[in-house]
Design a protein around this ligand. Structure first.
Ligand code: SIN
Length: 489
């Protein structure tokens, strides 16, 4: 049965809220704790242990000690463990959804969607684990054999964001464990509870001590610096802003650490004049309003052909107006709050700046007021290039619309950004769609589809949007080295 707010709080009261290091739950070495808030009303939900640098060092010691054994387990064993974790997460869908809703704010129905999405990464990587392969071939000039084998990179630091507290964790953890890497996983300070439950599931499944270490902290900079300076750490995977990703990349350079970076986006959403209008509006709702726009693959800039711009805007505005911002546990709510006061202030500033630069508000345009960090679902049109919103990631429920007349104009505008994560194109002409998608400077393109995210697809960006891919056949590669043996016969 699904949770209401009261039973969700009871669930929290029974959750382990310490650190998980070397196979056991414990307090932080300093005794420090940090509060977790409900973004729907700003109230404190609970607190969790706050890992110190010494705790992080204990975790890397445990992960390094466990690596030798874990890396030597059979891939079948790891596959079965991940498959059992998938089953457990699905069994506890209501619990995970309640925690996600409580600490992150998305409506329960959407949180349940994240549980399915997040669990699927565990199943996907359980399937990938069992198919790790190598190769055997004669050397081109003869005389010996070229043999390749795949080996785990080694202990990996996984730094996860608050917007999808379960799915972004399983996407990293599933790949790392499948490859044979031990892990140190750090949740965002806003959303540690979901990951505490996931860690508890691995504990119940008797994952060997040191293989999964959970180290929440509010001082992410000190923690990651200490870990990345430690010769035992071999890999960092980060999802978050380009600014922080760039700092981590500089730090990683000192020790030539392997990195995977899923960073910011500025997704263009292009609608041609021959597009199926129903599908384009539906896709726009998904690409923009999934997670209240708090997603790095969210559509940030709508580029709509002049001939259909008014009809598209009117229909999108009507859909935005019908949305109901509200508490996640209220069945009527269709859109949640932003994560915190900082994010609310940022979205407010971006829209105010666009209006000052000449953009026009079609619907919404300000914070909802009252408790919590809600911003009205907003459509702005006539957004000039000088507006910040045309260049910066919004991460909120705001659709910024501009028009174009020719395909080249649309492409030039779409690519006029340092980012290159996801883009979307709507047209009935499949040849135009593919030609356009090929020239779009993004790692992912939704073609007549407003959602690209799928455990079976390689998720990742180009330009300042990151390095590497998560999910798909590529995801596990991020945690593997290729060992080459030259074998003289
Ligand atoms: C993200 O916003 O970081 C990823 C969202 C997704 O996987 O769809």
């Amino acid at each position: 049965m699904g949770h209401d707010r009261i039973s969700a709080l009871e669930l929290v009261a029974n959750l382990p809220r310490g650190l998980y290091v070397d196979g056991r739950w414990r307090d932080s070495s300093t005794g420090a704790r940090s509060s977790v808030h409900n973004p729907a009303d700003g109230t404190v939900i609970t607190d969790v242990a706050d890992a110190s640098v010494a705790d992080a060092q204990a975790a890397i010691h445990a992960a390094d000690t466990a690596q030798k054994h874990w890396g030597a387990t059979t891939s079948r064993y790891r596959a079965e463990l991940l498959r059992k974790a998938f089953d457990r997460v699905i069994e506890r869908t209501d619990d995970f959804a309640a925690l996600i809703s409580l600490e992150m704010g998305k409506p329960l129905a959407e949180a349940r969607g994240e549980v399915t999405y997040g669990a699927e990464f565990l199943r996907w990587f359980s399937e990938q684990a069992a198919h790790l392969s190598g190769s055997y071939a004669p050397a081109p000039n003869g005389g010996y054999r070229i043999v390749t084998a795949r080996q785990p990179v080694g202990p990996a630091l996984l730094i996860t964001p608050w917007n999808f507290p379960l799915a972004m964790a399983t996407r990293k953890l599933g790949a790392a464990l499948a490859a044979g890497c031990t892990c140190l996983i750090k949740p965002a300070p806003q959303t540690p509870l979901t990951l505490a439950l996931l860690t508890q599931i691995f504990h119940e499944l008797e994952v060997p001590a040191g293989v999964v270490n959970y180290i929440p902290t509010v001082d992410a900079a000190a923690q990651s610096r200490a870990l990345m300076d430690d010769a035992r750490l071999r890999k960092v995977s980060f999802t978050g802003s380009t600014a922080v990703g760039s700092i981590l990349l500089h730090q990683a350079a000192d020790r030539v650490l392997r990195t995977s970076m899923e960073l910011g986006g500025n997704g263009p959403f292009i609608v041609f004049d021959d597009a199926d209008m129903d599908a384009a509006v539906e896709g726009a709702m998904l690409a923009k309003m999934r997670n209240a726009g708090e997603s790095c693959v969210a559509a940030n800039r709508f580029l709509v052909h002049t001939a259909i711009a008014e009809e598209f805007t009117e229909r999108l505005a009507a859909r935005f107006e019908a949305l109901i911002p509200g508490d996640a546990f209220d069945a009527a709510s269709t859109v949640g709050p932003l994560i915190d006061a900082r994010q609310l202030a940022k979205v407010t500033e971006l829209v105010d700046d666009a209006v000052a630069e000449g953009a026009r508000i079609r619907v919404g345009g300000k914070p909802s007021g009252g408790e919590g960090y809600f911003y009205q679902p907003t459509v702005v049109t006539d957004v000039p290039d000088s507006a910040r919103i045309a260049h910066e990631e919004i991460f909120g429920p705001v659709a910024a619309i501009t028009t174009f007349d020719t395909e080249d104009q649309a492409l030039e505008r779409a690519n006029a950004t340092e980012y290159g994560l996801a883009g979307y194109v709507y047209t009935r002409d499949i040849s135009r769609a593919l030609h356009f998608a090929e020239r779009l400077e993004t790692g992912m393109v939704g073609v007549n589809r407003g959602l690209v995210s799928d455990p079976g697809g390689p998720f990742g960006g180009v330009k300042s949007s990151g390095l590497g891919r998560e999910g798909g056949a590529e995801g596990i590669e991020e945690y593997l080295e290729t060992k080459y043996l030259a074998v003289q016969l």
